[in-house]
Design a protein around this ligand. Structure first.
Ligand code: FES
Length: 144
């Protein structure tokens, strides 16, 4: 099949438009596994029994609620933290690297500490923090 210049431009515009529509670019990297969770109203609810790695100190993972919200959640000695998974540089999804206790962006190697502050690389701002409340073996996460 011959691809014309017009077809090529049209396909590019479609991909770019899709990327702009959602702010959670799940497909921009082949990073860590994403766990699907539901969003109820403005809350993301994570049942800790379903994700035993979150009960371990420094255990963390990436959670997707629909196509628009992606969070990285970590169990720290001071409690759970959650951040929007998108890097503040070009919106790639960051990974949680437990061994380094850093969030690392696979696109341009931006790194953030456990508070979401930029440690190195091109990100211009900290990760966006969400609020986490723990009750009855569940995490209730809302936008700050
Ligand atoms: S998109 Fe994350 S460092 Fe560039």
């Amino acid at each position: 099949m011959k691809v014309t210049r017009r077809d090529f431009v049209k396909a590019g515009a479609t991909v770019a438009g899709a990327a702009l529509m959602g702010d959670f670019l799940l497909s921009c990297t082949a990073g860590q596994k994403r766990y699907k969770v539901a969003m109820t109203g403005d809350k993301i609810i994570i049942n800790l029994d379903e994700f035993p790695f979150l009960k371990e100190e420094w255990g963390g993972g990436i959670f997707a609620a629909g196509k628009k919200v992606g969070l990285v959640v970590v169990n720290t000695p001071d409690g759970y933290v959650a951040f929007k998974v998108n890097c503040t540089h070009k919106q790639c999804a960051v990974d949680w690297v437990k061994e380094e206790k850093h969030f690392v962006c696979p696109c341009h190697k931006g790194t953030y500490d456990i508070d979401g502050s930029v440690v190195s690389g091109p990100p211009p701002e900290p990760l966006k923090r969400w609020l986490v409340a723990e009750e009855g073996g569940k995490l209730f996460i809302t936008e700050a």
